[in-house]
Design a protein around this ligand. Structure first.
Ligand SMILES: Nc1ncnc2c1ncn2[C@@H]1O[C@H](COP(=O)(O)OP(=O)(O)OP(=O)(O)O)[C@@H](O)[C@H]1O
Ligand SMILES: [Mg+2]
Length: 317
């Protein structure tokens, strides 16, 4: 897979500070990947994002965008290609919705007509009203969820290849958060965007991320798929984070669909069955009841079977 963003031996400390905030960062984000960064407060998540678009410069090491050192890019060109949703939304309070979304048009020198067209397009993409009344509102006249949607629309304005998102849904209630998560995944798939997404919610990190960076005290503890993090934690920190002593506890993080590679052809058995969208725990429950073959369905459609032998590696089943 081609890597769109790469950190090579990056260290960072703030001026006048002794302690490194990020230590020996080595990571690559592939084109079209959704990578989440999970870490506690102060672990360096925001710093990691800011380095990507040169809001901060590494103390040593190199960061590459599309295979080229970011220092070789014009800074505006670079930022145009990296939509940034900052922590706490960061909409400009004195600007209305339309002005906030189209802030980049000043750099691009776009016509009024083009701006209007792009703003309308982005409002509908973010599932917001595109009425003149709405476009004229100021941030304080929007709900938290609407502000986040405007923030997302603004980040997408220049059609960037990668989105850098810093706890974008942190302040939202669960229902709004889940709606926005779903929309973000849809947009990502529709336009094949790459996303680097910071969160301190474990659930969010593993539901959204194809891969997750676990950051603690400025050090990457593990950079892996959610499945590997849970099943093969590399150290005590990661193990404790998931706090999942038994196979059943581990499976609470996954749905049957997360284990699609273990579904094989076979004969359907509608009695010993699970839905693809159901929690993986359901499969384990069948196994604990002594069943050796479990049929997987997507609504009424039989997809295939899961076999107990293939599930042993998950734990002592
Ligand atoms: N401008 C600054 N000057 C000096 N130290 C800073 C500065 N900004 C952040 N730090 C320190 O760097 C470390 C990492 O900060 P960072 O903002 O990257 O953390 P974070 O993981 O984003 O935290 P949070 O989840 O609270 O947003 C912290 O110890 C913080 O106090
Ligand atoms: Mg932060």
């Amino acid at each position: 897979m081609d890597e769109i963003l790469e950190y090579r031996s990056v260290n960072f400390k703030y001026k006048n500070q002794k302690k490194m905030v990020l230590n020996d960062m080595n990571l690559g984000v592939g084109v079209g990947e959704f990578v989440t960064v999970l870490g506690d407060s102060g672990s360096g998540k925001t710093t990691l994002l800011k380095l990507a678009n040169k809001l901060l410069l590494p103390t040593d090491g190199t960061i590459c965008f599309k295979g080229k050192d970011i220092n070789s890019y014009d800074v505006f060109e670079l930022r145009k290609n990296m939509g940034y949703v900052i922590q706490e939304v960061g909409l400009f309070p004195h600007m209305n919705v339309k002005e906030n979304i189209s802030i980049l048009s000043k750099i691009n020198n776009m016509s009024k007509y083009k701006i209007e067209e792009r703003v309308n397009e982005l409002l509908s993409l973010a599932q917001l009203p595109n009425t003149n009344e709405f476009k004229r509102r100021h941030p304080w006249q929007l709900s938290g969820g609407q502000q986040q949607r405007v923030g997302l629309a603004r980040a997408l304005f220049g059609n960037p290849e990668i989105l850098l998102m810093d706890e974008p849904f942190g302040a939202l209630d669960v229902v709004t958060r889940e709606k926005l998560q779903r929309r973000l995944i849809e947009i990502q798939k529709m336009y094949n965007k790459t996303i680097l997404f910071v969160t301190h919610s474990l659930q969010e990190a593993i539901t959204l991320g194809d891969k997750v960076i676990i950051l603690h005290e400025g050090i990457i503890q593990q950079f892996d798929t959610p499945k590997n993090l849970v099943l093969n934690p590399r150290n005590e920190y990661v193990r404790t984070l998931f706090n999942a002593p038994t196979p059943v506890d581990k499976m609470k993080f996954f749905s049957v669909a997360d284990f699609s590679e273990l579904i094989y052809q076979g004969k359907p058995n509608p009695i010993v069955a699970v839905q693809r969208s159901e929690p993986m725990v359901k499969v384990l429950n069948w196994i604990l009841k002594g069943k050796k073959v479990i049929s997987v369905y997507d609504k009424e459609n039989f997809i295939g079977n899961m076999y107990v032998e293939d599930l042993r590696h998950i734990g002592e089943i």
